[in-house]
Design a binder for this molecule. Structure first.
Ligand code: ZN
Length: 342
């Protein structure tokens, strides 16, 4: 073999060897290429080395240098390809790039909470402050101080869970009226949000536990006009142009008493299951505070008068957002709740 022939072989081996290394797709095939190209016994480069002694002495140095350069090049290419194959193998066992991406989960306020905050905002502008009280309440605060005779039929609507020793789960937020009247002197304007409990069936419009918001205003010279004007202002703020109506009603702790209805926002007054076909939805109960309640709390009923109202923000949320069944508010179904994310 002449020097020129040997250098030709080196060039040939360089291009074929490098493309074979690049094409190796597994660690096994790369290992085969390593043996074929630079194997100690029968590798292509080793075969070229064996040809060196047959060259004239002065040609052996450039020939050896060319073979060594090629060996360094091929070794580097083998190492680089090996590293790339290892990295790919690791990645493919840890990640599946075809998986769909994970959505970030966004929390949202419960529709009842949204309505509560809106109600609080409207009454805060009218000078009301928020008062809170215990959910496990005594018989006296829940009934006695609120003018409920223990054998009165109105008690039937307020059946609840008794915890023993005259303590029960409160059936309304009204006990906080008494606690507030005992603690602060008039003028009083408070808003009382909280959960209440009743032995109601769980049906499309009832739940055994629900949120209530109650309001109380007590001062000298307060009349039914103040009640009606304030609640009319409130419903206009909350529901816009929806029609409302007052109906006479009965509550032991108010006299006279009224219920306020709003035109059903689901059927626009034509009647649907949520409004029991009447076209109206009861939004709140209200009335002038019964003198017996003021007296029980130690407030002079000859000097002071007041009005109070109570409403269910869950019912209002149903009207506001067109929710046909109150039980949806209790299901904790994220698909339902995330619709209220703003
Ligand atoms: Zn309706």
């Amino acid at each position: 073999m002449t020097l020129a022939e040997l250098l030709d072989q080196v060039q040939l081996l360089k291009s074929s060897g490098l493309s074979a290394i690049d094409a190796a797709s597994t660690e096994e095939s790369l290992s085969e290429e390593r043996t074929r190209l630079v194997g100690r016994k029968a590798g292509a480069l080793t075969e070229l080395m064996k040809a060196l002694p047959s060259l004239p002495v002065e040609e052996r140095r450039p020939a050896g240098a060319a073979i060594n350069d090629l060996k360094a090049l091929i070794d580097a290419a083998l190492d680089a390809r090996g590293a790339a194959l290892t990295q790919h193998a690791v990645r493919s066992t840890q990640q599946d790039l075809s998986l769909p991406g994970r959505r970030t989960w966004r929390g949202a306020k419960h529709p009842t909470t949204l309505v509560m905050e809106e109600i609080e905002g409207i009454f805060r502008e009218l000078g009301f402050t928020v008062a809170l009280g215990p959910e496990a309440e005594t018989d006296w605060y829940n009934f006695g101080a609120l003018n409920f005779p223990s054998d009165h039929p109105a008690m039937d609507m307020h059946d609840t869970l008794y915890l023993g020793d005259g303590v029960l789960l409160r059936t309304h937020t009204s006990p906080v009226q008494v606690r507030t009247l005992q603690r602060y002197a008039p003028p009083i304007r408070v808003l009382v949000p909280g959960n209440v409990y009743r032995r109601d069936f769980f049906d499309p419009s009832h739940a055994p536990m629900f949120a209530q918001v109650e309001g109380l205003a007590v001062d000298e010279g307060i009349s039914f006009v103040d009640l009606k004007a304030t609640l009319t202002h409130f419903t206009k703020q909350l529901l816009g142009s929806a029609r409302t109506r007052f109906r006479p009603s009965y509550f032991p702790f108010t006299e006279p008493s009224a219920e306020m209805d709003v035109e059903c926002q689901l059927c626009k007054g034509s009647g649907c299951p949520a409004c029991k076909g009447t076209g109206w939805s009861e939004i709140l109960g209200a009335g002038m505070v019964h003198p017996g309640v003021l007296d029980a709390a130690g407030v002079d009923s000859e000097k002071y008068t007041g009005w109070a109202f109570g409403m269910g923000p869950g019912r209002i949320a149903m009207q506001r957002y067109g929710i046909p069944d109150i039980r949806l508010l209790y299901d904790s179904d994220v698909r339902f709740l995330e619709q209220f994310a703003t």
